[in-house]
Write a new protein. Structure first.
Length: 401
């Protein structure tokens, strides 16, 4: 297999995913074209070199439907000859496009590919695409689904995490994200978003809440009590009878934020970099995808980490930094507890609790964030993983060059 390198990555700032958010007026195609255009300009990309371009889109409907990627490539100036596709594996989608590009290059079918993702959550509402897991009772009878927030509270109950602990984690995510933004750690990778007149509408992440305290979060009501009381707690207790009750402890302050955003990652072979005078920034060591218990839908990062480490011939101690998507506070907390990973190696610039989670884009965004941190800290390896609905997960290990 050929070595596969990451040559560059760019992302937009993340805008609040609501009508008064800074990016609400920007269409998903414009968001995607922004990062694709910036990647092209920064690296003097010859479109003829690019075999394929994939973008994750979790709500592939309306403005985000009909193979948005192809339209975005045309809008970004790649000409008529570059193909594009979009995929939806829930929250892992953007990281999966990187994984698919890796596979093409490693197998010799491509010299260069682009992966990434886009989600305009202010314009295309979460859940609007329906789906059997949510709407088909015949599927629900065989494989019961519970809302992700109820799953997060279930995992906290199973692992014995308290409200105070998840709130403390969320406060630290806010503190780290604020520090990273204030010190310019995101500056290398962020591309300002402009309106059709060329005026900047957003140049930095918008959803942070600097100065958040544990007292602030303690005043927030649990977000998922209603769903639990509506019958989902009973479904959980049928599967886990050892849980006499489920305390709902995650609030809006300890859950990922709804935001708009896009990102793109340039992948290539060693020959591609040499021909184009590009210096690789990291090598992809291994990738893995797995599925586990669908009821415990957020639990996939643990088994997929075992799988990707085994594939790479590495141990957990060989990894310097971790990015585990903060869909809810309990997801990285459970991961750290299971593997014995210290918090100072986990989500070191904060995560989706503070910065937001543009569903189809997050996987590639956090890959780029941890690459920047490997370089800044002069460390070697990082592992990136995300949970996805119905018990799925994807993981990628990279090594700084």
């Amino acid at each position: 297999m050929n070595d596969v390198f990451i040559y560059d990555h760019v992302r937009t700032p993340r805008g609040k995913g609501r009508p008064d958010g800074a990016l609400h007026s920007i269409t998903p195609v414009q968001l995607a074209a922004t990062v694709l255009s910036a990647l092209k300009e920064r690296n003097n990309i010859n479109p003829d070199d690019i075999e394929d371009v994939g973008l994750g889109v979790v709500m592939p409907i309306g403005e985000q439907g009909a193979d948005l990627t192809r339209s975005a490539l045309l809008a970004a100036g790649y000409g008529e000859g570059v193909s594009g596709y979009q995929i939806n594996r829930f929250c892992t989608s953007a990281l999966d496009t990187v994984k698919l590009g890796y596979g093409l290059i490693a197998s010799g079918q491509a010299d260069a590919c682009i992966g990434g993702g886009v989600e305009s959550m202010s314009r295309v509402r979460i859940g609007c695409d329906g789906g059997a897991a949510y709407t088909d009772p015949t599927i629900g009878e065989q494989f019961p689904y519970i809302p992700n927030g109820v799953c997060a509270d279930t995992m906290a109950a199973l692992d014995g995490f308290s409200r105070e602990e998840v709130d403390a984690y969320a406060v630290e995510s806010q503190r780290r994200a604020d520090a990273a933004q204030s010190k310019g750690y995101f500056g290398r990778s962020i591309v300002p978003v402009r309106d059709p007149f060329g005026d900047v509408v957003l140049a930095k992440d918008e959803a942070l809440r600097p100065g958040t305290t544990a007292e602030d979060l303690a005043n927030l009501k649990p977000a998922f009590t209603f769903f639990g009381d509506a019958g989902y707690n009973a479904i959980v207790q049928q599967r886990y009878p050892e849980l006499e009750s489920i305390e709902h402890i995650h609030s809006s302050g300890s859950s990922s934020g709804i935001v708009d955003g896009a990102c793109a990652v340039l992948l290539g072979s060693g020959n591609y970099g040499e021909r184009n005078n590009l210096k690789p920034r990291a090598r992809i060591v291994a990738t893995a995808t797995c599925a586990s218990e669908p009821l415990l839908s957020l639990g996939g990062p643990i088994p997929v980490t075992d799988k990707v480490l085994a594939r790479a011939g590495l141990s957990i101690d060989d990894i310097d930094l971790f990015e585990v998507n903060e869909a809810f506070a309990v997801v990285p907390m459970r991961y750290m507890k299971h593997f014995g990973v210290p918090h100072d190696r986990m989500n070191v610039c904060g995560g989706a609790i503070a910065l937001g989670h543009p569903l189809g884009a997050t996987g590639a965004i956090i890959l780029g964030t941890v690459l920047d941190e490997l370089e800044r800290r002069e460390l070697s390896r990082a592992l990136v993983t995300l949970c996805a609905a119905e018990g799925q997960a994807t993981a990628v290990i990279i090594e700084r060059v």
